[in-house]
Design a protein around this ligand. Structure first.
Ligand code: CLF
Ligand code: SF4
Length: 297
């Protein structure tokens, strides 16, 4: 509520459906899937589908060029007046596709000045791109942080692409962890509201997420969204080859409850598609598929 937050923070969250639970029945977000590539490999991700860090697994989103994406945003903004936020959340990693991502944001800043811009990333490329993020007034960034200990991380990530080469194992997790912490600190210092997503993987990071919560709170994270792993091979998601299961609703709630007193926990996430349109949980992506957008003109 406005009493609990500094005025400039309230301005940023009051009509963002993910950052404010009160806003989510009234304001809509849309995603444009302009970012196909990824620079890491999470063990729960099948690259044929959307990034599972901020997406509903098993979904293949409609990829667009930046120009198509801008056209779509302008059309949807006319049709859905409550649409306040445009996010880039895949289908790969937004910051592993900096040209496509920032071309889209730049054109939107020019053509739709009042829309809030949002992005989601695994954080590997983040420290190098904080200046770009601030240049286009991107007020909301999500970093997916599944661990703060590379010994946990090496069970979650099989490789990262870093400094022109593929890095594996503990070293990969250590670099990713350092980049994530550095990126979060830089965003906090620049006043960008940062949300952390964590994928809860039973037996791998369930007991560790309280520590993640503590570390990200220390570095200024505004919200912590703990999401269940959805790991069904038929959905394109799996954990290694050993059939890792996702958490039960009770297991998810237990971890969220254990974080009480730390960074605020988000509980209304709907694990959106990378081309989602509309209120959270009321997806209108079919209606606004690009073919239909062209006919609406
Ligand atoms: Fe999209 Fe994510 Fe921005 Fe929201 S979604 S980039 S912060 S505008 Fe929201 Fe969807 Fe959950 Fe993400 S409900 S998956 S938290
Ligand atoms: Fe897949 Fe997203 Fe992980 Fe990349 S960051 S491997 S797209 S889940």
């Amino acid at each position: 509520s406005p009493e609990e937050l500094p005025a400039e923070v309230w301005e940023k969250v009051k009509n963002h459906p993910c950052y404010s639970e009160d806003a989510h029945p009234h304001y809509a977000r849309m995603h444009v899937a302009v970012a196909p590539a990824c620079n890491i490999q999470c063990n729960y991700c099948n690259r044929k589908y959307d990034c599972s860090n901020e997406s509903r697994p098993g979904v293949v989103s409609q990829k667009l060029t930046p120009e198509q994406a801008v056209k779509k945003v302008m059309t949807v903004a006319n049709e859905i007046p409550q649409m306040t936020v445009l996010g880039i959340a895949g289908p790969g990693d937004s910051l592993a596709n900096p040209t496509k991502t920032f071309d889209t944001f730049r054109m939107l800043r020019e053509q739709a000045g009042d829309i809030k811009l949002c992005l989601s990333t695994n954080g590997l490329a983040l420290p190098d791109l904080v200046d770009e993020i601030c240049r286009y007034d991107i007020d909301h960034v999500t970093i997916t942080i599944n661990m703060v200990d590379p010994a946990v991380g090496e069970k979650i990530y099989s490789w990262i692409f870093w400094d022109h080469r593929r890095v594996k194992g503990y070293e990969a997790a250590r670099i990713l962890h350092e980049r994530q912490m550095q990126g979060l600190e830089m965003l906090t210092a620049r006043g960008v509201l940062t949300k952390v997503n964590s994928v809860l993987i039973p037996g791998v990071n369930d007991a560790h997420l309280v520590e993640v919560n503590r570390e990200v709170k220390k570095r200024g994270a505004f919200l912590h969204n703990i999401m269940p792993l959805i790991s069904e091979p038929k959905h394109g998601t799996y954990f290694g080859l050993n059939g890792q299961r996702g958490p039960t609703a009770q297991e998810l709630k237990a971890v969220q409850d254990a974080c009480k007193g730390g960074a605020n926990v988000m509980r209304h996430c709907r694990q959106c598609r990378a081309d989602a349109v509309g209120l959270l949980g009321q997806d209108r992506n079919e209606e606004f598929a690009f073919e239909n957008i062209e006919q609406m003109e």
